[in-house]
Design a protein around this ligand. Structure first.
Ligand code: ADP
Ligand code: MG
Length: 373
C-alpha cells in the first residue's frame, strides 16, 4: 500500500490555478523527486504536503490517515528548505534539538537522537560550533540534522542544495543519497535541477505549469519521454528539436525537414502513418549525434559556432544550414557532444549523423504526445 498519497490535490490563488489535480502515490521508503522550471508549482505542492498551505481540492493521505485538515505538527513530517536559516546564537546541538525541546521530548532522548543524527551526517565534531563557524555544506547538514532528529514519517526537501556551489552540490547530492539509503524514509524532494532528479530519484515527477507531465523512473523519463517538454527538460545538454513533416511516399514514411530527410524509425511508423502530411518535431540528443557516417542515419549539415572542450569530450554548438553546402539559411541551433578534442573546428562545416534508432519524434506544441508510444 502507498505510504504517501496525493489524491487530486489542486491549489488556486484567486483565479490562478498553480497546481492542477495532482495525483501520485509514493511507496514506503520511496524517493520521489518533483522537478520542473521555476514557478511550475513544486514548492506549493510540497507546502500542501507539509500542511503549510491548504489544498483547494483533493486529499492527502499519509500512512493510511487522511491528513488534509491536519496541522503541520500533527502530520509527522520534516521539511528541509533551500533557505535553512539556522539560529545564529545557538550551537549546532542546540539547533538540532530545538524542535524536540519544544515538543517536550525527554532530555535523555534528545541527546541520544542528536548524537545519532550527527553521526549519520558526519558532524559529531561540530556540535559545539555556532553556525557562523561552519561552511555552507556543514550548515546544510545541520539543517538536515534538524529534520532527522524528529524521526518523521516523511522527509520533504525544497531545493536544499540550490545555495551551494557546484562542487559542493555534487558532494551533498551523494550524501543525501547515502542518507536516504541509511534511513529508508519516504521522501519528496523538489528541485529545478534535472541532474539532481536523475541521480537521486526512485521516481521522477516532471511538472510544467502546475501539471504532471510524466511520472517514472529516471530511465523511463530519459529514454521514453511522453512528450517534447519532458524530452527537452531531462538530459544535459538538452535534446535538439527539428521541425519536420511526415511524408508518405509510395508506402515509405519519412521525416522531411528543410535541411534533412530520413526514414521514420520502425517503432514510430504506426503512429506516423496517421500523421502523413502533418508537422512533427524530431528530437535527437546531443550525445546521439556522431561525426562518423552511418547508413540510413539522419544527416544534418552544420556549421560549427562554438567548441567547448571538457577534457574527454567536446560540446559543439552548431547552426543547422540549408540542404546544400552553399546555403546560408540558418535553420536553428544544434548541439553535439563528441569524444575527444575538436577546437580547430570553429567556423568549419560538418555533417552530423544520428542513427534512426536514437531518434525521438513528437506531435508539435510542446505537450503533444510522443510517436514512439
Ligand atoms: N501565496 C501565493 N499567492 C499567489 N500566487 C502564488 C503564491 N504562492 C505561489 N504563487 C505562484 O504560484 C506559482 C508556483 O509557485 P511555486 O510553487 O513556488 O513554484 P516553484 O516552487 O515550482 O518555483 C508561481 O507562479 C507563484 O508566483
Ligand atoms: Mg520553489
Amino acid at each position: 500500500m502507498a505510504y504517501l498519497e496525493l489524491q487530486g490535490i489542486a491549489k488556486r490563488f484567486g483565479e490562478v490555478e498553480v497546481v492542477a489535480e495532482m495525483t501520485l502515490a509514493a511507496e514506503p521508503g520511496e524517493f520521489i523527486v518533483l522537478v520542473g522550471a521555476s514557478g511550475c508549482g513544486k514548492s506549493t505542492t510540497l507546502r500542501m504536503i507539509a500542511g503549510l498551505e491548504a489544498p483547494s481540492q483533493g486529499r492527502i493521505v499519509i500512512d493510511g490517515r487522511d491528513v488534509t485538515q491536519s496541522t503541520p505538527a500533527d502530520r509527522d513530517i520534516a521539511m528541509v528548505f533551500q533557505n535553512y536559516a539556522l539560529y545564529p546564537h545557538m550551537d549546532v546541538a542546540q539547533n538540532m534539538s530545538f524542535a524536540l525541546e519544544l515538543a517536550g521530548t525527554p532530555r535523555a532522548h534528545i541527546a541520544e537522537r542528536v548524537q545519532a543524527a550527527a553521526k549519520v551526517l558526519n558532524i559529531s565534531h561540530l556540535l559545539e560550533r555556532k553556525p557562523k563557524e561552519l561552511s555552507g555544506g556543514q550548515r546544510q547538514r545541520v539543517a538536515m540534522g534538524r529534520a532527522i532528529v524528529r524521526e518523521p514519517k516523511v522527509f520533504l526537501f525544497d531545493e536544499p542544495l540550490s545555495n551551494l556551489d557546484a562542487k559542493l552540490r555534487g558532494h551533498m547530492r551523494i550524501e543525501i543519497a547515502l542518507l536516504h539509503r541509511r534511513l529508508g524514509k519516504t521522501t519528496v524532494y523538489v528541485t529545478h535541477d534535472q541532474i539532481e532528479a536523475m541521480t537521486l530519484a526512485d521516481r521522477i515527477v516532471v511538472m510544467d505549469q502546475g501539471r504532471i507531465q510524466q511520472m517514472g523512473t529516471p530511465d523511463e523519463v530519459f529514454n521514453r519521454p511522453l512528450n517534447q517538454f519532458v524530452a527537452g527538460f531531462i538530459g544535459n545538454p538538452g535534446m535538439n528539436f527539428l521541425d519536420a513533416v511526415v511524408q508518405a511516399d509510395g508506402g515509405r514514411l519519412q521525416f522531411a525537414g528543410q535541411a534533412f530527410r530520413c526514414d521514420v524509425p520502425p517503432p514510430m511508423q504506426a503512429a506516423a502513418a496517421g500523421l502523413a502530411g502533418q508537422p512533427v518535431v524530431v528530437g535527437v540528443r546531443p550525445q546521439s549525434l556522431q561525426l562518423e557516417p552511418a547508413p540510413g542515419a539522419l544527416t544534418l549539415p552544420l556549421q560549427v559556432d562554438v567548441c567547448e572542450y571538457l577534457g574527454t569530450e567536446t560540446v559543439l554548438g552548431c547552426t543547422l544550414r540549408g540542404r546544400d553546402a552553399a546555403s546560408l539559411d540558418e535553420l536553428g541551433t544544434i548541439t553535439l557532444v563528441v569524444p575527444g578534442r575538436h577546437s580547430d573546428r570553429v567556423g568549419t562545416s560538418l555533417q552530423a549523423y544520428a542513427p534512426l534508432e536514437r531518434l525521438f519524434a513528437f506531435e508539435p506544441g510542446g505537450h503533444g504526445r510522443s510517436l514512439s508510444l
